[in-house]
Design a protein around this ligand. Structure first.
Ligand code: SF4
Ligand code: SF4
Length: 197
């Protein structure tokens, strides 16, 4: 008889214990974010997709040379004052989000953004093009000044470049073109094309 009541007691107490846990979570604030309307606040140094503020980029090739997997494609045309950058692209199929391309940039054009959710069905669209086909970027200093592109300051006297600030870059003279995924992968052997110019 005693065992009978002990079993009833254990059954009821375990049910109450389970219900207590359920009720505790029922009144607790939910932790699930309603993605994509809500997003986590990312750490400041989070390394998302590489972004090039093309208005500041002068095709110096520093980033492409620093990239350990050669996934930055830079192409230029012309010489001297008529040298233009016709392509600056990143192949995110190959990118390892190391951030090595950011430090060598003399104009703070390139940065690791907080973008991370670029899921696609076609991996060929992971090659991001930053130079609009109809708007090549001038490389020559005078042309850049003339056309309103960013040009880094020179220190007085020696003509040397000022130390590069590591803080956020200054506001741009004109809005940068938004990156657009390319419809197709770059042709084989296109890596670092233009480095010898
Ligand atoms: S983050 Fe690293 S792998 Fe990606 S483009 Fe920059 S240097 Fe290359
Ligand atoms: S290092 Fe900076 S300025 Fe030079 S090509 Fe790369 S993004 Fe452009």
């Amino acid at each position: 008889m005693a065992q009978y009541f002990a079993d009833i007691f254990h059954t009821v107490s375990s049910v109450l214990q389970g219900m207590g846990i359920t009720l505790k979570h029922f009144v607790r604030k939910p932790v699930t974010l309603q993605y994509p309307d809500e997003r986590w606040v990312l750490p400041e140094r989070f390394r998302g997709f590489v972004h090039n503020n093309i208005i500041r980029c002068n095709a110096c090739l520093g980033c492409a040379k620093a990239c350990p997997v050669s996934c930055i494609y830079i192409e230029t045309e012309g010489k001297g004052k008529d040298r233009y950058m016709t392509r600056w692209a990143v192949d995110f199929n190959k990118c390892i989000w190391c951030g090595f391309c950011v430090d060598p940039c003399p104009t703070n054009a390139i940065s690791m953004s907080h973008d991370y959710d670029h899921s696609l069905y076609d991996r060929r669209r992971l090659v991001y093009e930053y130079v609009p086909p109809d708007k090549p970027v001038p490389c020559h200093r005078e042309k850049r000044l003339e056309m309103g592109y960013f040009v880094e300051e020179k220190s007085a006297g020696e003509g040397a470049e000022q130390p590069k600030p590591r803080a956020k870059p200054a506001p741009d003279p004109a809005p940068a073109a938004p990156p657009a995924p390319a419809p197709e992968s770059p042709p084989a052997g296109a890596d670092r094309k233009g480095e010898d110019q």
